[in-house]
Write a protein that binds this ligand. Structure first.
Ligand SMILES: [Zn+2]
Length: 151
């Protein structure tokens, strides 16, 4: 065990989109944000967020309330939100792309496409029509980032 190694608990500086400093976070959190395409490294000790965390907190709350804190995958009490189109695929943080989810379903699904996860779990989904509708809406409203044309 290599405890007391300084680098381990060093906090990473977090900047918002405007470059303002937010509450620092632990390195593993910073890596997770970057892996999810939600932040980029500025230098070895600083990340800059590509979304507004305060807005996301509100959207998350709104989505949970709209879905009555009930997991749309299994009907259990939901405390987290699941991105229908994963953040890593450019999925939006707006409520139309969020569904209430228990942390178990959220973890089990990971970054898998909503349709394939739905196929596997169709038996446990309490309201299939509602979930299918939500997935359709999220896909319909999904606007992938414009690719730069080279002309
Ligand atoms: Zn669930």
């Amino acid at each position: 065990m290599n405890q007391g190694h300084d680098g381990e608990d060093q906090l990473i500086k977090v900047l918002n989109m405007d470059g303002q400093q937010l509450t620092p976070c632990l390195p593993h959190r910073a890596w997770r944000e970057v892996e999810r395409s939600r932040a980029v490294w500025i230098d070895e000790q600083t990340i800059q967020l590509l979304y507004n965390p305060f807005l996301f907190r509100d959207y998350r709350k709104a989505a949970l309330k709209r879905d009555h804190h009930t997991c749309l995958w299994c009907g259990q009490h939901a405390t987290t939100v699941d991105h229908i189109i994963p953040s890593s695929k450019g999925g939006s943080d707006l409520p139309h792309n969020l569904i209430a989810s228990c942390s178990e379903c959220n973890t089990k699904r990971g970054n898998r496409p909503a349709w394939s996860y739905l196929k596997e779990n169709a038996r446990t989904v309490p309201n299939l029509m509602k979930l299918i509708w939500r997935i359709c809406i999220a896909n319909y409203r999904h606007r992938p980032m414009k690719k730069r044309t080279t002309e």
